[in-house]
Design a protein around this ligand. Structure first.
Ligand code: ATP
Ligand code: LTN
Length: 335
């Protein structure tokens, strides 16, 4: 690590197909930030098994997600793109931090409440302590910044609380991380119900644009997106469907919402939706092409996976050694 180089950590779960929300709210920022920070971008497969998974499917999706990180434009030999399960430090630190986290804190987590309602037949302890593993991910690499969507802010606040508590007892061990929320695309909403976020686990396929959707599908989903009867392209909370489409268009074209309003002044929703669809295609098509190209190069992806697991482990062990010493674990005798 270069002295004073700031560290960034983020991760995504390999569950479901990635949506445009994941790209605009997370991946797109990751690419931009990888020039400014020492970055760790993890495929958080340990988190994935808090919900029941088909093993073969999980393995396939995890590799596909790692490939997508690269296809989105992240240089895997600059940023560290790796599988969480390849670095045992995540699970180790997570256990230690469990002992510095209160039940009351975890009980307040809204994602736990949502997910346990959704998976009522499998409310496992991992689902409950999920945020502690996330804290371990971040603190293990001494991350200064963590780009996340707004839905993850509560987990990040908890991470800061745990780190501060630990530091309060043992001295300055952990860097206290800050959230990084992108200006545009922080919360892309469902195309069918703009009061809900676009989510890869949505049952209605028309609600989300998937990163791998073909051109016709993208255009069709945009055309069918729920709007209103006001017939003006305005960036207003009274028009959540249109507002969401403006957010998508702004993010894909790097225009401000005010510029978009101006561009579509006096035009109907038909024209606007067509333009939104085209802007999405212009972003996703090159990404898809790169993805298919990369997927064919098994040796290259294998090299990324192996080398980065070692790199991540090196940084993880540095923190873990300090933590273990502080909490009072005996050192391995050097004989
Ligand atoms: P799930 O439906 O399985 O909960 P998800 O689509 O919400 O999944 P996550 O894996 O929870 O996706 O999130 C990955 C990253 O994408 C996170 O940083 C998250 O904040 C961001 N993200 C997810 N959905 C959106 C969205 N609709 N708009 C902006 N960012 C999003
Ligand atoms: N909980 C996150 C994924 C995640 C993460 C992290 C994000 C796991 N560990 C560390 C940022 C930093 C999610 O569901 N989006």
């Amino acid at each position: 690590m270069i002295d004073n180089e700031k560290v960034l950590f983020s991760g995504m779960q390999a569950t479901g197909n990635l949506t445009l929300g994941n790209y605009l709210g997370a991946l797109k920022n990751w690419v931009k930030l990888s020039d400014e920070y020492l970055c760790f971008y993890s495929v958080v497969d340990l988190h994935s098994i808090t919900v029941r998974q088909d093993p073969a499917e999980l393995r396939k999706r995890a590799r596909a997600l790692l490939t997508l990180y690269i296809a989105a434009g992240i240089d895997p030999f600059k940023a560290c793109i790796y599988f969480q399960s390849h670095v045992s430090g995540h699970a180790e630190l997570s256990w230690i931090l469990n002992c510095f986290t209160y039940m009351g804190e975890l009980n307040r987590m809204t994602q736990f409440k949502d997910k346990s309602a959704k998976h009522a037949d499998n409310i496992n302890a991992g689902l409950f302590t999920y945020p502690v593993l996330m804290a371990a991910d971040i603190l293990l690499y001494q991350a200064d910044v963590v780009p996340v969507g707004v839905d993850q802010m509560q987990h990040l606040e908890l991470t800061r609380d745990i780190a501060q508590r630990f530091n309060g007892i043992f001295g300055d061990i952990f860097t206290i991380p800050e959230a990084y929320i992108g200006k545009q695309g922080a919360k892309i909403m469902s195309l069918q119900d703009p009061s809900k976020k676009m989510s890869k686990s949505d049952e209605n396929p028309n609600a989300s644009i998937y990163l791998m959707d073909d051109t016709d599908t993208i255009m069709r989903k945009c055309k069918r997106a729920v709007t209103d009867s006001l017939a003006v392209v305005a960036y207003s909370d009274d028009q959540p469907g249109v507002k969401n489409l403006i957010d998508i268009y702004s993010s894909c074209t790097n225009k401000t919402p005010a510029e978009v309003e101006k561009e579509f002044e006096g035009k109907g929703y038909g024209d606007f939706k067509m333009a939104v669809g085209e802007s999405v295609v212009s972003v996703l098509k090159p990404l898809q092409d790169r993805y298919y190209e990369l997927s064919k190069d098994k040796a290259y992806i294998d090299k990324v996976i192996k080398e980065n697991a070692e790199k991540a482990d090196y940084y993880a062990q540095k923190t873990l050694r300090k933590v273990k010493k502080k909490v009072g674990f005996p050192e391995v005798p050097r004989i």
